[in-house]
Design a protein around this ligand. Structure first.
Ligand SMILES: [Zn+2]
Ligand SMILES: [Zn+2]
Ligand SMILES: [Zn+2]
Ligand SMILES: [Zn+2]
Length: 342
C-alpha cells in the first residue's frame, strides 16, 4: 500500500498509472511518501499495490535465487527521473521531460534506459546506505514469540533501527520520517508518536548487534533508553541522537549539535553515524524522600550514641547534597565520576 500525500511538482511530472502528465503550471497530484510513485487523484485507486519492499514476502516473484542463496533484485520505478540523469549502462542521458520513460531503482538509485535494463546486473547493491539497510530479504519470518529472525547478510554490517518523533520541531519530524523511509527499508523506521519504542525494539531484539538512531529531543531519547533497559538490550545495541526541535542537551553534550533541520543532509548524517565512536553513558535514578530524625530515645544505642546517630544522618545528607550538586553542575567527566563514587 502506498502512503499518499497531495503535493505539487515544479517540473513536468507524469502519472505512473495512466502515464499522462499531471497537469497545471505546478503539477498537482498524489505522491507516495515512501516510493515516490505519482498518480492523478482519479488514478490512485488503480495504482499497483507494490510500494517499497519491506520483507521477503513483499518482493514476490522478482526474488533472485542462485548458488549463493537468495538475493535482492533492483526495485525499478518508471520515469520522473531527476534532471541530467545518466544511464548506468551506456552513460548517456536518460529520462525525459516529455513522457514517462526509463527507470530508477528505489534502493541503489541506479538509473537505466528501458533498452539497457537487460544488460545491467540483476542484483541490487543497495547503494550508499547499505551498511545500515536491513534488506527485505533478511526479514523473512517472525518467530512465534513475535521477533524477526535475524538473518542479515554480510553487506548489512550494522543494521540501523530508526525512531523519529514525528511531533518534534514543527513539521521536521514528519519530513525526517519520510526521508528515512526513502533511504532505508521502511520496516526499520518507526514513529515514536505512533506506538512508542517497544514494537521496534522487540522486533529487532534477536539481532546480535544493531544501532539505534533517535530523532527528537531529550525526552524521546530517555523514552527509548528506558525501553532498552526494560528489554535488557544495552549489550547488543548502541544509540545515536539526531536532535530535532528544542530541548537537546544530550545531543549537544555528545557533539551532534543543538538541532538538525535539513532533511536533505540525511545520507551524509548516516555516513557520519557509521564512523562515530561510542561513549558509555551513566543513567541515574535519583530518589528523594523525607525522613524524620528519630527522637533520641528510639535510637538503638546509648545516649551518646543517639547524638552520634543524628550527627551521622545530617552529615550524610549534606554529603549527598554536595555530590549531587557537583554531578549536576559539572561538565567534566572526571568530576562526575569521582563524585558518583564517593
Ligand atoms: Zn493518471
Ligand atoms: Zn509507495
Ligand atoms: Zn538497485
Ligand atoms: Zn542506456
Amino acid at each position: 500500500m502506498h502512503n499518499w500525500y497531495a503535493c505539487s511538482h515544479a517540473r513536468p511530472t507524469f502519472c505512473n498509472v495512466c502515464k499522462d502528465s499531471l497537469s497545471g503550471v505546478t503539477s498537482h497530484g498524489l505522491s507516495c511518501e515512501v516510493c515516490k510513485f505519482k498518480a492523478h487523484k482519479r488514478c490512485a485507486v488503480r495504482a499497483t499495490n507494490n510500494c517499497k519492499w519491506t520483507t521477503l514476502a513483499s518482493i514476490g516473484k522478482d526474488i533472485i535465487e542462485d548458488e549463493d542463496g537468495i538475493a535482492m533484485p533492483h526495485q525499478w520505478l518508471e520515469g520522473n527521473l531527476p534532471v541530467s540523469a545518466k544511464c548506468a549502462v551506456c552513460d548517456k542521458t536518460c529520462g525525459s521531460v516529455l513522457r514517462l520513460q526509463d527507470w530508477r531503482c528505489l534502493w541503489c538509485k541506479a538509473m537505466v534506459h528501458t533498452a539497457c535494463m537487460d544488460m545491467y546486473p540483476r542484483k541490487c547493491p543497495l547503494g550508499q546506505c547499505k551498511v545500515s539497510i536491513i534488506p527485505p530479504t533478511a526479514l523473512n519470518s517472525i518467530d512465534s514469540d513475535g521477533f524477526w529472525k535475524a538473518t542479515c547478510p554480510p553487506s548489512c554490517a550494522s543494521p540501523l533501527l530508526v525512531f523519529v518523533n514525528s511531533k518534534s520541531g514543527d513539521n521536521q519530524g514528519v519530513k525526517f520520517l519520510r526521508r528515512f523511509k526513502q533511504l532505508l527499508n521502511p520496516a526499520q523506521v518507526f514513529d515514536l508518536v505512533n506506538g512508542g519504542p517497544h514494537l521496534g525494539l522487540r522486533l529487532f531484539q534477536k539481532f546480535d548487534n544493531f544501532r539505534i538512531l533517535v530523532c527528537g529531543g531529550d525526552g524521546s531519547v530517555g523514552w527509548v533508553l528506558s525501553e532498552i533497559d526494560k528489554l535488557n538490550l544495552h549489550k547488543q545495541c548502541q544509540l545515536g541522537v539526531l536532535p530535532l526541535g528544542t530541548g537537546n542537551d544530550l545531543a549537544r553534550v555528545l557533539g551532534w549539535g543543538p538541532s538538525c533541520d535539513d532533511d536533505t543532509q540525511l545520507p551524509q548524517i548516516l555516513e557520519k553515524l557509521e564512523r562515530a565512536s561510542t561513549k558509555m553513558l551513566d543513567r541515574w535514578s535519583i530518589m528523594t524522600y523525607e525522613i524524620k530524625i528519630p527522637p533520641k530515645h528510639s535510637c538503638p544505642t546509648t545516649p551518646e550514641g543517639a547524638d552520634n546517630c543524628q550527627f551521622h544522618i545530617s552529615a550524610y545528607e549534606d554529603s549527598v547534597a554536595t555530590h549531587l550538586t557537583k554531578i549536576l553542575d559539572s561538565e567534566q567527566h572526571s568530576v562526575v565520576i569521582s563524585s558518583a563514587k564517593s
